[in-house]
Design a binder for this molecule. Sequence first.
Ligand SMILES: Cc1cc2nc3c(=O)[nH]c(=O)nc-3n(C[C@H](O)[C@H](O)[C@H](O)COP(=O)(O)OP(=O)(O)OC[C@H]3O[C@@H](n4cnc5c(N)ncnc54)[C@H](O)[C@@H]3O)c2cc1C
Length: 433
Amino acid sequence: MHMDSDVIIVGAGPAGLSLAISLAQAGFAATVLDQNPASALEQPAPDGREIALTHPSVATLQQLGSWAGLAPSEIGHIRAAHVHDGPVGAHTAMQLHVPDSPATQDGLLPPLGFIVPNHALRRTAYGVAAQTPGVRIVSGAQVHRVATLPAHAEVDYTDAAAPGKGSERLCAPLVVAADSRFSATRRQLGIGAQMTDFGRTVIVCRMHHTQPHADIAHECFGYERTLAVLPLPDDAMGRAQCSVVVTARAADAARLMALEPGAFTAEVQAQFQNRLGDMQLIEQRHAYPLVAVYAQRFTGPRCALLGDAAVGMHPVTAHGYNLGLAGVQRLTQALVAARQQGQDLGDAAALAPYARAHHLHAWPIYLGTNAIVRLYTDARPLPRLLRQTVLQGARRLPPLRAAIVGQLTGKTPGWQQPLARLGTALAAAMPGR
Ligand SMILES: Cc1cc2nc3c(=O)[nH]c(=O)nc-3n(C[C@H](O)[C@H](O)[C@H](O)COP(=O)(O)OP(=O)(O)OC[C@H]3O[C@@H](n4cnc5c(N)ncnc54)[C@H](O)[C@@H]3O)c2cc1C
């Protein structure tokens, strides 16, 4: 049987493209298929998502070479994060920043994390992948069938622009599904997923504002509506701008999307208590229904899941792509180890270390994020009391704050190891793993 490459990846999103680069750097040949035309992959349209990235994720992107392709004006810094219980200023329940570090040369706090537009991450991943020997990108390819057979995996696709033209087939020892949280490839592989529909929608957009944001991210947990305001670099004319993230019940979100720009901005400005002065909507609003997804398995014979196809997170804790990049590293490591041991790349035993390690990392984060979402969207008296207690407790508990900061910066304090082991034990106990 002729093999077209070592690995076929369905989905040239940021996760699929990053995996292709990582595998090629390790000496493998990877083919990535995407339904989008080459022009849309090369210059993706803005989609309103601003991706908060941890220090370990930035290190991965630097290693892949895609970080270097970002313009300085596309890289924002989050130097502190304030979590508010209710409207901003009512009670600042928790403040996070990197502790005990000398200020940077310009007198600023060192960054907790970074923030980059999603379309810029996609553009730079595509730019590097397209130039990397060992990576082949098949654009405009609508995958409609995926099969895993004893000796190889098959992927059938049609020309997305001309579906009547007939089907093409590619073969490889391993197929990776990286085709979003509603992955059709995952279904084709017979892998189910646990889905949680929160019945809410998140609206994202950019706004100008007249007061500086000081690189501080705010998360305001209102009972009916959650508002996050994330600091962005100034625009080309030196005007301050931020990303606004509003989470509301689906019906309220539909109403907000239908408002005139001025009326929408006025609601956001009022909820943020005019903290950033006068605000002005810059571009269109984008709405995403909130459905969290966790695949029942991450691997099987001749297949693996990556990115949102494996774990589709609620965005409130900003983990989705950070988890995707951690998965890229782990899957590459598992395949390198398989090659060293002379194993078939599609052997389920060769893929199992990736599945295990990624599940142990992702499952506690997934459960924790969903628990936070439930706690902060439940207006009944007991959950209200509980969340106040949790936030007040967190404010008074420096170790908890240090744990969150450690996760963002990739510097886990030594005392935290037992906690990490507890999370790992809980994840390992989940049935079916
Ligand atoms: C509002 C919002 C805010 C977010 N904020 C953050 C954040 O701050 N930090 C963070 O880490 N993450 C964040 N995320 C999550 C992050 O955006 C995702 O984790 C990431 O974009 C997923 O990348 P992916 O490559 O797995 O999938 P996608 O980006 O969904 O790409 C999937 C690709 O597969 C292709 N495809 C699908 N089906 C087929 C098919 N049949 N044939 C061929 N191709 C196909 C699609 O065209 C697409 O290009 C946020 C998400 C949202 C919605």
